[in-house]
Design a protein around this ligand. Sequence first.
Ligand code: SAH
Length: 455
Amino acid sequence: MKIKAPVSKNEQLDVSIMDLTYQGMGVAKVNDFPLFIENALPGEELTIQVTKVAKNYGFARAISWKSESPDRVKDVDKTYRQTGIAPLQHLAYPAQLKFKQHQIAELFNKAHQDVEVAPTLGMANPTQYRNKAQVPVRMIKGQLETGFYRQHSHDLIPLTDFYIQDPAIDAAIIKVRDLLRQFEIPAYNEISDKGVLRNIMVRRGYYSHEMMIVLISRTQKIPSQAQLVDQIHKALPEVTSIVLNVNAKKTNVIMGNVTRVLYGKPTIEDTLMGLTFAISARSFYQVNPQQTEKLYQMAIDKAGLTGEETVIDAYCGIGTISLALAKHAKQVYGVDIVPEAIEDAKVNAQKNHLTNVDFFVDKAEDQMIQWQAAGIKPDVVVVDPPRKGLAETLIESTAKMGPKKIVYVSCNPATLVRDVQLFQDRGYVIDGPIQPVDQFPQTPHVESVTVLVKK
Ligand code: SAH
């Protein structure tokens, strides 16, 4: 039976906002039919105009407000919402922290799980926190521009202040942009699949202030490459590494498979938890160093190590959690799918004189099966997977190895809930409150630490 939507495109109507989605959009319901509205907060009453009607939901835009939420704050710049850089900029920071706590609690409630979620650990200054930027480069009216895409599009909005990034990174992007203009290097054109420079990636050590610039190019070489590189490091004294990444494919994936060092070292160094880490262009490294230290400390405390334990760190990246745990454990094993990350991890173990850690390149789900087959008996397993969460085979082999404790660092509460249930089916229970840590202020992303123990 085909049910007709109770609203039609372009229709204007008055609604009350009842909820906020993971994407940070307000939700209103018209005869149970949900409408998603950007820049609308729970409790607000407003006039909206319907912009899109799908089968079971629609989108609308806010036109005017009849009442505003007490948690609403003035926009810093509406561009930050349009680009998705800061979709929650209009929500007061304490309310953002409550929203994140509530998101986790609600997902567990929907799954009929009674869990305690602690208040989200926030930042004293929830802006300018990112240690990494990845910006697209495009031609606009014949001039090379850097900025960010309008959400759900590839229209570049030129930007110079990215609000949530380290201001030294913003300044570096402007410098590189000006040099690209000066050397008349053409930006990549997605439609014709021509042009040269696609993206600029910048990483800066929070403590070390070492900076890496990655130029992502469609072509094997950039015109005036040597002069450009020379000018970049002269203009930016913090730069200790300039890397070319070649991505010749017509794709939305940012980096290609070939990286070449054009200046300095292939890595930058930074410290975290008093340990030194080398980080290469292709390796994952947490983007909010101040909060990462809180997150890792939490994971270490919750692991409750005495120095006698065998620990597995699955999805270990460059070994940050592994090495922080190695100081308190007998033996640590780490696994990650990215070969460069594991190379970094091995170097990082040596740099920090930690000899009780072994790193492996593999899919975590496959490596776990091998460890289980080899008879490894971990006391604690730490998992820190990407948004899609854990493979069921990994949960299966982990449960078979029977660790006393599993510390689950999650960046997506939806997959966390799913995976926790799969662990519960295999004899594990949640221990203590789930702890959200705000790694991404001004955005709806929710990071948390959950401990599971064997019943
Ligand atoms: N714990 C690290 C990294 C967490 S990010 C840190 O805090 O820095 C998630 C990591 O999972 C990334 O390093 C990514 O390369 C890795 N990854 C993604 N899919 C994987 C898989 N199937 N098996 C192993 N590692 C994977």
